[in-house]
Design a protein around this ligand. Structure first.
Ligand code: ZN
Length: 67
């Protein structure tokens, strides 16, 4: 399945993904996935890094259960 980039109108069948730190006002940081066009490299979307978030929850639960 392909689509067109809204920035360069190029036909894209896959996206590039990178990881960035998303920082809350209180200083808490989260890993975020940044999806970019492989042709013009402009950002197409951003979302939480689900894998990093799952690891965070597992680590926090392990800490609580170890007390
Ligand atoms: Zn593009």
């Amino acid at each position: 399945m392909t689509g067109n980039c809204p920035h360069c109108n190029g036909s894209i069948g896959q996206l590039n993904v990178g990881i960035a730190n998303a920082v809350e006002v209180n200083g808490t940081t989260w890993k975020a996935a940044v999806f970019t066009c492989p042709l013009c490299r402009k950002i197409l979307g951003v979302g939480f890094d689900q894998t990093a978030h799952s690891h965070f929850i597992i680590n926090e639960m392990t800490k609580l259960l170890s007390k």
